[in-house]
Design a protein around this ligand. Structure first.
Ligand code: ATP
Length: 960
């Protein structure tokens, strides 16, 4: 997926095939534009000189044109304000100085762009690149288990281990270590040899030279004597400021791009490059969740709070097993990076759902802005009417007329502002509603593989913190953005109309202010990303400790959990404090620049009024337009800043927004035939994404005939529950196929396929709802009655205990059904299956977590379910007594079917199953003997609970 960035550099980078090509393209593109801008700059200055000579030659007929041009091109500095040679000389100087500074900046700053990979010692990176090719994390690479990669894992990891360990390593490893050392920040003897310092120095010089050029141009234009000169003078001089700003922007961006640090870029692990930091205490590795040892250092993302320990960096499969990545069933997906423009574009795209309301809001806003732009003009006119004219008279009629118009505009403005802000408010509220709903939908439809690798706390963080942060500017300022844009452009145009001299003077501070805010916004975005990451981490810690509150209390780890939680919050606070200081400092600096401009306008405007070049009313009007423009500009700045900050939240939200699951519940063909429930697993190969080295099913073949009971038995970890997961299509097989009544699973509509199943698993997950709501969970409203619910509860042996509770079927069972017992939960799950009347029933160790007393009741309910349902039943069980009556028993171990057949056939076969049965018989006999002996002694104990039973398959397998 291409990144959503739309800045020039981003656009170029997306077209380039390599980092080098991106830089070379950027260089060519930027230098070409800069060349043209310089040509325009020189062109303007030359035109000024030529026009000036042309005008003069009309007055001074004896002056030769050549002499005049020479004169004009060399004069103009200092007090000789009527000449424009200084414009020409400064344009020439810029033509020399800009490329020189750029060249020095790139030359000096380029050293900071070196990465460990470039230094040639990044073994993990090199080997990863080879392994994953250009499509890091592509489906192909993820489909290959990485077992063979583990062989050289140890050797590679040494490249990134503690620097102190490196002395003992081999030559090649030492090369890597030296390169790592080279890439690490080292203490430098002098600032002048530090590339970062010299690069920043160059940037400062570019900033200083452009600001002084702008100030000079502004002062020159405002003090220039325009009497008797061509009308082209003023616009040509004003254009100079545009060329200066254009070139400054391009030089800065190009310098940043050419000296951009490369870092270690592993898109499948993290979407930004990571950089080695030799001391990184109090951080956790985002891949293995282990605390980073401060002495070893770690890899860190400069843009967000992603950390990777040296061990994970050296792992070949860290790209695949890393947690909290955006992933689907086929593998890791790349998250998109988003900038302000792209973010705004997408927000407007979402707002497009409300296009009529939005159009009305726009229309009202336009009217409001027009009234606002008209007001200062009338204020100026009113003031001019109260000032006595040359004859010593007041224009009372004109005064009254203007006051009436002013009043009318004011009243209209008030009414318009009320209506348009209400309309925009409505749009933004609908937008939040839409975004929250869509995001939840996008999360919930993701593949099970995504949830295997993501902590639920982080997902909650996306729905809350990230959405809130992303929506903050849109919610509060959709209207404010447009309003301010209108006021800014209107203000600039009216300022120039009222007095271009004053405007030129006033605008010289705009460039520096913009630059300062731009610097701050970028810095703030990084801090806010870090803050979001810390909050997500905090949410994850809180969610985990709260959902396992009993374990926390039993182990007395309350203080530890609090400490962990406050540690990550402290990280967020640190970023917040830095941001607050940065904001304060930038605000103070820009405010002083702004106040200075205000004083300048009053001083120079006052002089113009005293010279009779403008009226008092015009000065007031100018001041009002200036304030209007200035306020709009500042509002826009803070909006851009908050947009930039929010882009961090938007990035995460939109990444999820764009991610489509590989097992899409709504894709595939409809199941239109009368389902029999005949299931065939053919050569099925599977491993879980988070543990690609553990092949769980290795070419498994199994036929589950329709309407029959098939029991899966075998040692723990053999792959029985995985088969159940595959049958539910929670995952797709990596190789082989599964068919239902001869139809390939992957061709069927998942939602309809899953609706055919009824499941009772080992740990039934109930919702914090009433008993009745839990029983009918997943059923369509109107497809059942209260009577149906009670009937199924009776069949599941649950009615009795439900009626014993005070609120009966309306009793709320608490989170995960924590207010009722395990056996009761299982019986509710069985009632669910009864109500659903599925074609296929999956029972995954439904009784194994229960003690023997509860087991009896649940088993009774299950037996009834199996006999009454006529469905195909797949049964995973840990007790021989449970599986003995099955039509078919399959012994599963190491992801393969080792034996299959009915009880009698398997006993006859004399294999593993027969051994289990004979072991059980021996145990039974010895237990009987033991009982008799105990009775003789007058005591006696019964085995209770899981594992103690004489027919427990695991214990039979374990016994010799
Ligand atoms: N979500 C998962 N991610 C990674 N590995 C998993 C996941 N679930 C199970 N495994 C691993 O897959 C293998 C098979 O697990 P499975 O649960 O299918 O075994 P089982 O035969 O049902 O075991 P048991 O009888 O103990 O329930 C095990 O090694 C297990 O650790």
């Amino acid at each position: 997926m291409p990144p959503h960035g739309v800045s020039i550099v981003n656009l170029i980078n997306t077209r380039a095939k390599s980092d080098e090509q991106a830089r070379s393209l950027s260089f060519r593109f930027f230098t070409t534009i800069m060349f043209f801008i310089h040509m325009f700059d020189i062109g303007c200055a030359t035109a000024l000189v030529l026009i000036s000579c042309d005008t003069q030659s009309e007055f001074e007929k004896d002056d030769t044109t050549f002499q005049c041009v020479l004169d004009e091109a060399t004069k103009g500095f200092g007090t000789d304000n009527a000449k424009v040679g200084d414009f020409f000389a400064l344009a020439l100087l810029r033509l020399l100085l800009n490329p020189l500074l750029l060249y020095l900046g790139i030359k000096w700053g380029a050293a900071s762009g070196k990465s460990l990979c470039e230094a040639g010692g990044c073994i993990p990176c090199g080997s990863r690149k080879k392994r994953l090719g250009s499509t890091h994390g592509s489906a192909d690479s993820l489909y290959t288990p990485l077992t063979e990669a583990e062989d050289d894992l140890e050797a590679d990891s040494s490249a990134l281990l503690s620097p102190t360990d490196r002395n003992t390593r081999s030559t090649e490893e030492n090369r890597a270590a030296r390169a790592a050392d080279a890439a690490m920040p080292t203490k430098r003897n002098s600032y002048w040899t530090n590339p970062k310092f010299t690069k920043n120095l160059t940037l400062t010089m570019i900033f200083a030279s452009s600001t002084s050029a702008q100030v000079y141009t502004g002062l020159k234009v405002s003090s220039f004597n325009f009497d008797g000169v061509s009308a082209w003078f003023a616009p040509l001089m004003c254009l100079t400021v545009l060329w200066i700003n254009g070139n400054t922007y391009l030089s800065r961006t190009l310098l940043e791009e050419m000296t951009r640090e490369n870092g270690l870029f592993l898109p499948a692990v993290h979407r930004h490059p990571v950089f080695f930091e030799s001391t990184l205490a109090f951080h956790w590795c985002d891949l293995c969740r282990v605390r980073i040892n401060g002495k070893d250092g770690a890899w860190r993302c400069k843009l967000c709070d992603f950390d990777m320990c040296t061990v994970c960096a050296a792992r070949k499969d860290s790209a695949i097993v890393s947690e909290n990545m955006l992933r689907s069933d086929k593998g890791v997906k790349q998250e998109s990076e988003i900038d302000n423009a792209a973010y705004f574009k997408r927000a407007v795209g979402i707002a497009g759902n409300e296009k009529y309301l939005l159009m009305l809001s726009f229309f009202l806003l336009t009217l409001y802005c027009l009234t606002s732009l008209a007001l200062p003009d009338f204020q100026g006119r009113i003031i001019d009417k109260v000032v006595v004219d040359e004859d010593g008279d007041y224009d009372k009629d004109g005064f009254m007329e203007n006051v009436k118009i002013y009043l009318f505009i004011m009243l209209s403005q008030g009414a318009l502002s009320t209506v348009y802000s209400a309309a925009f408010n409505l749009v933004s509220r609908k937008l939040v509603f839409h975004i929250r709903n869509t995001l939840f939908r996008k999360i919930i439809i993701q593949d099970v593989a995504y949830f295997d690798g993501t902590e639920s706390g982080r997902l909650i963080s996306r729905l809350t913190n990230d959405v809130n942060m992303m929506m903050a500017p849109i919610q509060s300022s959709l209207s404010s953005l447009l309003n301010n844009l209108f006021m800014l452009f209107g203000g600039v145009i009216f300022c120039y109309i009222k007095s271009y001299r004053l405007s030129m003077l006033a605008f010289v501070t705009v460039g520096p202010i913009m630059y300062l805010w731009d610097l701050y916004a970028k810095w703030s975005k990084r801090l806010n990303r870090q803050m979001l990451a810390s909050w997500a981490e905090g949410n994850s810690i809180a969610a985990q400790s709260l959902s396992h509150i009993r374990t926390v209390k039993a182990f007395g780890t309350e203080e530890k959990e609090i400490k962990d939680y406050s540690a990550v919050n402290k990280e967020a606070l640190k970023s917040g404090v830095k941001d607050a200081w940065g904001n304060g400092f930038t605000t103070a600096l820009t405010s002083y620049l702004d106040l200075g401009t205000g004083v300048l306008i009053l001083y120079y405007g006052g002089l113009l009024v005293m010279d009779g070049e403008m009226s008092v009313g015009e000065l007031v009007t100018f001041q009002l337009y200036w304030n209007m423009m200035n306020n709009a500009y500042q509002n826009l700045q803070s909006l851009v800043t908050s947009f930039t900050r929010s882009a961090a939240g938007a990035e995460k939200v939109f990444s999820l927004w764009d991610a489509t699951p590989d097992i899409n519940p709504n894709l595939g063909s409809d199941i239109t035939w009368n389902v029999q429930g005949d299931l065939i697993l053919k050569n099925v190969k599977f491993f879980y994404q988070m543990r690609p080295d553990n092949i769980v099913l290795s070419g498994l073949n199994l036929h589950i005939p329709s309407g029959k009971v098939v029991a899966l038995v075998g040692p723990s970890g053999g792959g029985k529950s995985t088969i159940i997961n595959m049958l539910m299509r929670f995952y797709d097989s990596k190789e082989g196929s599964i068919t239902l009544d001869g139809h390939n699973y992957e061709s069927l509509k998942v939602s309809q396929l899953r609706a055919l199943f009824g499941v009772v698993s080992q740990e039934t997950e109930l919702f914090a709802k009433t008993v009745a709501e839990n029983i009918c969970y997943g059923m369509e409203e109107g497809s059942f009655t209260q009577e149906d619910i009670e009937n199924v509860a009776k069949q599941a042996q649950a009615h009795e205990f439900i009626m014993e509770m005070k609120d009966g079927y309306k009793t709320r069972v608490g989170e995960r059904g924590g207010r009722i017992s395990g056996g009761q939960r299982q019986r509710l799950a069985i009632a669910r299956v009864f109500l659903r009347k599925p074609k296929i029933i999956l029972l995954d160790e439904a009784t194994s977590a229960l003690d023997e007393n509860s087991q009896e009741a649940v088993q009774e309910a299950l037996n009834l379910l199996i006999t009454k349902s006529n469905a195909t039943v797949v049964l995973v069980a840990h007790r021989l007594s449970t599986v003995m009556n099955a039509d078919k028993i399959a012994v599963i171990d190491k992801g393969k079917v080792l034996e299959e057949g009915c009880h009698a056939d398997l006993v006859k076969l004399g294999g593993i199953y027969a051994t289990l049965v004979s072991k059980q018989n021996k145990k039974k006999a010895s237990l009987l003997n033991q009982k008799e002996a105990d009775e003789m002694k007058g005591g006696g104990k019964e085995g209770k609970g899981k594992g103690n039973s004489i027919d427990d398959i695991d214990s039979l397998l374990a016994s010799k």
